[in-house]
Design a protein around this ligand. Structure first.
Ligand code: ADE
Length: 386
């Protein structure tokens, strides 16, 4: 891959000789060429800017030097990248896309921006991308061009020593943030390495890492966990501790019905306190639906079994006035879809007398499992993950 940079500050690109990009150049995987935009001017002062038509503060970059530079540098198959705060957001997907190109030309603007005709003209001769590093304004596009370069070049085949680390890092594993990592010593200033990482059980380690990645993403970047939505667009979102009181109310309403259907008050969920709900919210992956601000439905899941390959599904709750609307089935599908990748089967319990629930579970592919243990008055149903 060849990368050209057009800038009025060529010194900004000195880091290209360092570290991994420098090594890639040494290996012949990439070629970097930095050009001073002023070398494409012809006046005594090498001017690259002028006052804006229509008035206003600041200066605008003149079109002529850019035109001459593109004449010299672009060829069929070139992609011209304008780094600008008004571009499309840069992300890992875009980095992977750009890594497939043969030739990138970075146009680094300064001042109030580049004359719009430069972008129009560039589009007539090459593929053009306008890319923003994020929702903030830098003094110029050089830092953004360096960031894009590093993200793209490290994806080139033969660049990274360890291809697996490309797969496991943040934004690569299904768009999740990376799990926390540790190295020796096992204890440092009173902080321990989690025991599971020292257990030698690869399956457990993998599940722990996935779980940590999901938790971290939910806490820091919930926008990355594309929520499922109901047909009307209402999202199914992860529950927070702030939902505990409403969950308790919903739970009581639902389990009174269960108690009547099963002719038994011996149902743990009926007797839980607010603290109990707060406690299980901390350990179960719980999802809720709100309508007009009211919490109307919920479901939870967690890993179970000696080898943690079962996804235990429970507490599918729908407010009494919305039962029969299909919401329970949507939640059942949703909780299966968010099970960690290591899950191979789903398991759930319901009251032996809860005929309506059992019918829904069977329609969703679950089968009664009289061969498995169930609490008194309950039945077990399971389903293999497809
Ligand atoms: N130039 C100035 N601000 C920028 C940003 N946020 N992203 C890309 N280029 C820029």
């Amino acid at each position: 891959m060849r990368l050209d940079y057009l800038t009025i500050f060529p010194d900004f690109f000195a880091p290209l000789d360092l570290s991994l990009p420098g090594k890639a150049a040494d290996k012949g995987l990439v070629e970097f060429h930095v050009h001073d935009l002023r070398s494409y001017t012809h006046d005594k002062h090498h001017r690259v800017d002028d006052t804006p038509y229509g008035g206003g503060a600041g200066m605008v970059m003149k079109p002529e030097p850019w035109g001459e530079a593109f004449d010299e540098l672009t060829r069929p198959g070139s992609t011209i990248i304008f780094t600008t705060p008004s571009g499309e957001p840069f992300d890992q997907r875009l980095a992977a896309d750009l890594a497939t190109r043969e030739h990138l030309v970075f146009a680094c603007g300064r001042y109030e921006g580049i004359d719009q005709r430069v972008m129009e003209h560039a589009r007539e001769r090459a593929e053009v991308r306008e890319i923003s590093l994020g929702d903030y304004v830098l003094n110029g596009g050089e830092v953004a061009a360096l960031a894009v370069t590093e993200a793209v070049v490290r994806l080139l085949p033969g660049f990274m020593g360890n291809a697996q680390s490309l797969v496991e890092e943040s934004h690569a594993d299904g768009g999740l943030l990376e799990y926390p990592v540790y190295t020796k010593p096992p204890e440092w200033r009173g902080h321990q390495v989690p025991a599971v990482l020292r257990s030698g059980d690869h399956g457990k380690v993998e599940r722990w890492r996935h779980d940590q990645a999901v938790r971290r993403t939910a806490e820091r970047r919930p926008d990355l966990l594309s929520p499922s939505t109901l047909d009307d667009g209402t999202p199914i979102v992860r529950a927070t501790q702030g939902d505990a009181a409403e969950l308790l109310t919903l739970q009581r309403a639902c389990w009174v019905q269960e108690a009547l259907a099963n002719d038994s008050l011996d149902i743990p969920a009926l007797h839980e306190s607010l603290d109990d709900v707060r406690t299980w919210l901390g350990v179960w992956d719980t999802w809720v639906v709100r309508r007009a601000g009211r919490l109307v439905a919920a479901v939870r899941g967690r890993l179970e079994g000696p080898d943690q390959t079962a996804w235990d599904i429970g507490r599918i709750m729908v407010a009494p006035d919305l039962q029969g609307s299909g919401l329970g089935r949507v939640l059942l599908d949703h909780i299966q879809s968010v099970a960690p990748a290591t899950v191979t089967w789903y398991v759930l319990f319901t009251g032996a007398g809860s005929v309506r629930n059992q019918r829904m579970y069977k329609k969703a592919g679950f089968r009664l499992r009289p061969d498995l243990d169930a609490p008194a008055g309950a039945v077990v149903l399971t389903k293999r993950r497809a």
